[in-house]
Design a protein around this ligand. Structure first.
Ligand code: MSP
Length: 654
């Protein structure tokens, strides 16, 4: 994506329907926008971040009637809860627009009138099918089903026949200009694959769009013809201009329009990439730079949506974890254009491994050592060795790459790179063994250097994380004795040397709670891995009896080759080892009852077979996310298998 070069930066989320409180899918859009807005501020831009609610239309009218409320009363009750959610997620929007606000309604009427005068809006008769859930007119080629009705191809709900007098927007007149826009400014639609989709839709031919309704009362009245209300999408899209001052604050409007990024879900891309630029062309407004279509969060492989009853309430997660783990997970797990499957197991695993283990431990260890060995203030470091220098230069390189990645909306890649660096610093610390140096007073200058590098790296990394995890980033800076918040330091002035000797660090508090799956899901802990089901005592005749399973049952087991990366004893348990294994696509932690037969150092680097889709179990307070296969006879145990050639971690065993 093209880099931003102008001084102001204007980013929007879609405005959310008020038929219900936002769920994790909606939170996703808003979190992406928040991270990009916070980054652009660090990059020195004057940022305006707009979000809000879409409160008119048939969908809201219907939802309110079902609840026995007026549409405005429903909107008022939902808006408060939505705003509470954004607060709990630490969203830093500059303005929250509601389409029922007076200045917005007036602005929409003024624009409507201007387009009537220009001849781009004209009166006619509409007959066709309408989907209330998506507030969308169906294309003519959607087939009629067996009972003579049409089903909305997007949401699968039955559409209604609408036949009424209406005002049309002359969309057909803009087909060529739209195609020219996509050809000349391919960055107008992101990602690229979506541009092709949009362009081919427009190439297929555009029909004029019905933009008023006489049967829907809950909407902005058409100026001079109030039996008509304005189509909710015409009304809603113009929030992006009324929200920054169109018709009420010209200076603000001048400063920020056109938008840099309209962030939208892929389901509403067409409204933003076809209708919206056409409306803007008709109104003679400059066009936004980019409409970015993100993917969906799915639950059990289906889009999370209220009507499907599979939505996840972010508040439940926020209560346990606070905002940053959820923000991190949603942004880290998938690139912005792709879909992702949300699972509590996946969430917990990522949080425990990346936040509690990798980042949390790095901070905890480093700062505790600075407190213990230097009473909180590092002094007298020796000069940098080649390894120390590498921690510094790697950071400078990381900083430049992360800037570009954030600037091009590649948030997950930026986080991936930051974590690779965190891993390298953890390794540097482990290889330097500061806890051993601390025993030898002659090595104190070396110890000071190692802890100084680690603290400087932590400071730098937490700055880079500010757009995604602002609260944690501020806390870490506090632990490091920084007086300012990361928000006050421009990106360009971030330097590895920002952490200096003579600064007193505080004892860190735990940043990321380590939560066991059982606690999180509120259910009983899964029992420790059971012995293999088919193991039975021999009968009197010496034959083995077995429970027979079908091939399908066997196929449900996901067996993989696992490469052991780390092994250590579980404190206080003579039989248990904690292993970290690489199973190809990810790393897992597992607990195995093999400590009486295998020493941890015998295992690192070996490969074995593990079952990876067994429900995780918490054993002695440690979550086990896979189970290994071993041959067991009485108290004897042998790990299987021994591969007769090299196999990669993650290889399927069948
Ligand atoms: N009101 C319209 C937008 C008007 S903008 C001028 C609307 N509202 S919505 O509440 O239904 O959806 C708002 C946004 O949430 C959309 O971008 C949609 O893609 C996003 N999401 C809703 N469910 C989602 C997921 N399950 N996953 C990710 N985003 C999803 O459409």
């Amino acid at each position: 994506m093209e880099k931003t070069s102008k001084k102001s930066f204007y980013i929007t989320t879609p405005i959310y329907y008020v038929n219900d409180v936002p769920h994790i899918g909606h939170a996703y859009t808003t979190i992406i926008a928040d991270a990009l807005a916070r980054f652009q501020k660090l990059a020195g831009k004057d940022v305006f971040f707009l979000t809000g609610t879409d409160e008119h239309g048939q969908k809201i009218e219907k939802a309110a009637a079902e609840k026995g409320l007026t549409p405005k009363a429903l909107a008022d009750s939902v808006v408060g809860r939505a705003q509470d959610l954004w607060k709990a997620l630490n969203i830093s929007h500059d303005f929250f627009i509601r389409t029922t606000m007076d200045f917005h309604e007036k602005g929409v009427q003024k624009l409507f009138q201007a387009l009537v005068e220009k001849g781009d809006i004209y009166k006619g008769e509409y007959k066709g099918w309408y989907c209330v859930s998506d507030e969308n007119f169906l294309a003519d080629d959607v087939p009629v089903d067996s009972d003579g009705a049409k089903v909305c191809p997007d949401c699968g709900k039955k559409a209604l026949v609408v036949s009424e007098e209406t005002y049309f927007f002359r969309l057909s007149a803009y087909q060529d200009r739209l195609l020219a826009l996509y050809a000349e400014h391919p960055e107008f639609v992101r990602p690229q694959s979506r541009l092709n989709e949009v362009a081919s839709f427009v190439r297929g031919g555009l029909k004029d769009l019905s933009i008023t309704r006489t049967t829907v009362k809950w909407g902005v009245p058409v100026p001079g013809d109030p039996v008509h209300t304005i189509y909710v999408w015409f009304d809603a899209l113009f929030n992006y201009v009324t929200g920054i001052g169109y018709d009420w604050n010209p200076a603000l409007f001048e400063k920020f329009w056109p938008a840099d990024i309209h962030l939208v879900g892929k389901d509403i891309l067409r409204f933003h990439a076809v209708y919206w630029p056409a409306f803007l062309m008709a109104a003679d407004f400059p066009l936004p730079r980019t409409v970015y279509g993100h993917g969906w969060w799915l639950k059990d492989d289906t889009k999370m949506s209220k009507s499907k009853g599979n939505v996840l309430d972010p508040q439940a997660i926020l209560k346990v974890f606070g905002p940053d783990p959820l923000r991190y997970f949603l942004l880290r797990e998938i690139p912005i254009g792709q879909d992702g499957n949300f699972s509590h197991e996946g969430f917990l695993h990522r949080i425990n491994s990346d936040l509690a283990n990798d980042l949390g431990n790095l901070i905890q260890r480093t700062l505790t050592m600075i407190r213990n060995y230097f009473e909180g203030m590092i002094e007298g470091p020796e000069d940098e060795t080649a390894e120390d220098l590498k921690v510094r230069t790697d950071f400078e390189n990381l900083k430049a790459r992360v800037f570009d990645l954030y600037d091009t909306c590649a948030l997950n890649k930026a986080l991936e790179e930051i974590w690779a660096y965190i891993g390298a610093v953890n390794k540097y610390l482990a290889a330097s063994e500061p806890w051993i140096m601390a025993k030898d007073p002659a090595r104190r200058p070396r110890l000071a250097r190692v802890l100084l590098q680690a603290a400087a790296a932590i400071r730098g990394v937490s700055y880079l994380l500010f757009p995604v995890m602002p609260g944690s980033s501020e806390k870490i800076w506090g632990f490091l004795g920084e007086e300012k918040t990361p928000a006050a330091l421009p990106f360009a002035r971030l330097a590895f040397d920002g952490f200096r000797t003579g600064r007193k660090v505080e004892m860190p508090q735990a940043l990321f709670p380590r939560v066991a799956l059982k606690e999180f899901l509120g259910e009983e802990a899964a029992p420790p891995p059971a012995p293999p089901a088919a193991r039975r005592e021999p009968t009197k005749e010496g034959k083995q009896t077995m429970d027979i399973i079908t091939y399908d049952e066997f196929k449900r087991m996901d067996l993989r080759v696992a490469h052991i990366l780390k092994a250590e004893r579980v404190p206080g348990a003579t039989k248990l080892l904690k292993l970290e294994v690489d199973i190809g696509a990810e790393k897992r932690q597992m607990v195995a009852g093999i400590a009486e037969t295998y020493a941890p150092e015998d295992l690192v680097g070996k490969k074995l077979i593990v079952i990876v889709n067994l429900k995780p179990a918490v054993i002695r307070g440690v979550e086990s996310q896979a189970m290994l296969l071993a041959a067991v006879t009485g108290d004897n145990l042998a790990l299987i298998p021994f591969f007769d050639r090299d196999v990669p971690a993650g290889a399927v065993v069948k």
